[in-house]
Design a protein around this ligand. Structure first.
Ligand code: SF4
Length: 391
């Protein structure tokens, strides 16, 4: 603990312990999805989803390969029918023959267990949506569910889900319990409201079924299109799991985030807020654009938070009246010349007044020295040493 003179009184005060400058991730169990591990302290995994119809075998193989080649580590596909589930066997085989095996997660759309059981034979992970496990007929006059009704439906869910859980358990495969705010089951809505609590209870109900069958290879998601709802749901889930002694990894995402700049900012607002809290083990940025566009956004979020380093980190000032050259143009040139040097921090600063100090953390720095720019190699490290020597 440091002692510092108070600016107002001049008296010596004792400062609070310093705040962490690295993210402390919530401890989670390691969930294996093919050769990728989610949770367990492993790097945050990047996911996306192809748009192709899974019946289009060649189109799906190409799309999965394209995504995997640019860094998507787990690829999701949609499985609306038994024919789609069977097509996955062929897709997997073609991937292995023409490229390599890629971990696949299959989105099963409703409680059709036959489809889920078939697809579970061919891929590494099945995503189910608890909100689609509906057994009662729509009744517009209903205003509540009694405890007995609630529990009876719970028992039907258990009977329907159990064979899939057993299949995944026995094959060493994984499941994502993917709750969506927009498709919460009516009985959860009536009992807990259209709230983060309803989303969390929905996930917990499915987790308990899995645990009763000794299956723990589970990842949880609680997506919503409104960022405050999504953030609250994940925070509540993490707290509830901590209280219950559960350590399942969390898959983060903002659904229906849209496209363009706002879609990226909205996704980042939700995902990065939680990651900064230490919550989240795998992410998907959902954009209304081609899935290839999602991967750079995922990596930028992870790099900006210091969770993964997949590109050069550029530190550049915004420029101001002191800047005597076109900083934007120079930054562009420096980036073009150095973008292959993954792992380095490179600073580009507009003047020698504040530039050297601001680039203290960088490995290399470019700073203005009229009439030409000078390259200050290793300036950051030297500065750090200098600062340390000075205490
Ligand atoms: S580093 Fe220099 S040029 Fe850049 S914003 Fe700061 S004072 Fe202005």
């Amino acid at each position: 603990m440091q002692t510092l003179p108070s600016l107002e009184t001049g008296k010596i005060i004792t400062s609070q312990p310093t705040f962490d400058t690295t993210i402390k991730r919530r401890k989670t169990r390691a969930v294996k999805v093919g050769d990728v591990i989610i949770g367990g302290g492993y790097p945050v995994v990047v996911q996306s989803m192809i748009n192709e119809d899974t019946l289009d075998i060649d189109g799906s193989v190409s799309a999965i390969r394209r995504l995997h080649e640019i860094g998507c580590e787990i690829v999701r596909v949609t499985v609306p029918s038994m024919a789609h589930a069977k097509a996955l066997a062929e897709i997997k085989q073609k991937l292995q023959q023409t490229y390599r095996d890629v971990p696949i997660v299959a989105d099963v759309h409703h409680n059709g267990m036959k489809i889920a059981l078939e697809v579970a034979k061919h891929i590494e992970k099945v995503r189910i949506n608890p909100g689609l496990y509906v057994f009662e007929k729509p009744n517009t006059n209903r205003t509540e569910y009694t405890k007995t009704e609630f529990d009876e439906i719970g028992e039907k869910i258990r009977e329907t889900l159990a064979p899939l859980v057993v299949s995944l358990r026995d094959q060493g495969k994984a499941m994502r319990i993917g709750v969506n705010h927009g498709s919460l089951a009516e009985r959860m809505l009536f009992t807990y409201g259209d709230t983060p609590e309803g989303m969390v209870e929905s996930a917990l109900e499915f987790i308990r079924i899995c645990e009763s069958l000794n299956f723990y290879n589970i990842v949880i998601s609680l997506k919503a299109s409104r960022v405050p709802v999504m953030v609250a749901a994940y925070r509540l889930m993490a707290k509830r799991m901590d209280d219950l002694g559960m350590d399942y990894p969390l898959h983060l995402g903002v659904t229906e985030a849209g496209d363009g700049e706002y879609g990226r900012i909205k996704s980042t607002a939700g995902i990065a807020t939680l990651l900064a809290d230490g919550i989240g083990d795998t992410i998907r940025v959902s954009l209304t654009e081609s899935p290839e566009k999602e991967i750079p956004v995922c990596y930028s979020i992870l790099q900006a938070l210091g969770l993964r380093k997949t590109m050069v980190e550029y530190v550049a000032c915004p420029s101001c009246g002191r800047t005597l050259f076109n900083l934007e143009e120079v930054l562009h040139k420096v980036r073009e010349a150095t973008k292959h040097l993954t792992g380095l921090d490179i600073a580009v600063m507009g003047c020698i007044v504040n530039g050297p100090g601001e680039m203290a953390d960088a490995d290399y720095g470019y700073v203005a020295k009229i009439p030409v720019l000078s390259l200050c190699t290793g300036i950051g490290r030297r500065l750090k040493r200098f600062q340390k020597t000075k205490g």
